[in-house]
Design a protein around this ligand. Sequence first.
Ligand SMILES: [Zn+2]
Length: 245
Amino acid sequence: MATAPAGDQQRLLEVQDADLRIQQARHRLDTLPQIAQIAELSGRAADLHEDVIARATEVSDLRRDVTKAEDDVQSVRTRAERDQARLDSGTGSAKDLQALQAELEVLTRRLSDLEDIELEAMQSVENAEKLHADATTQRDAITAQLDVLEAERAHAAAEIADEIADIEAERVMKAEGIDAGLLSLYERLRASNGGVGAALLQGRVCMGCNMTLNPGDVQAMTSAPSDQIARCEECGRILVRKADA
Ligand SMILES: [Zn+2]
């Protein structure tokens, strides 16, 4: 039967308490609400960023269409003006002038069509620019939200890290001088039992697994020498009897 001074067994419960608080603080660190919020918003920010890029490409494509429409309008207009100037000068045969007149009419209709196309293209650019601006505004708003969340997360994480450092220092003090065999048994049990390696025997209940032990086992434990290390029959954890037991 393994033994360890009764006082060490009592102190082991304080080490256990510190270890649990460290474990809980680490869990809070890993599950800070901002972590999930940041993950969700980052996804949306990435989607919106892609949207902004797609909208910008669309705007630049449509601006090229406007430039082309403007060029088309300009070249037809130039040609119409040239024809008009020749008509106005009245030089050339009647047949030539008639042909010029006919061409001018065609050009005028063509110009009107091209101006409609130009107007539509300009309208499309305007719409696309608005969509691009909206997407940019949305993305920037989410980016700003992300910055705030990241600052909050960092602040909360720093506070918890301080808390953990304090408990770890406390744990070192509590564990100092405890029987090495008891401590290593505790560490081994703690690793394989969800962080709880030692528990108080409260009446007949193991506070580690909350099972009520059979009276015979409890009787044997309580009547055993106080330096004997008791183990729960149910969960195997170190059972620490109350100091006055
Ligand atoms: Zn137990």
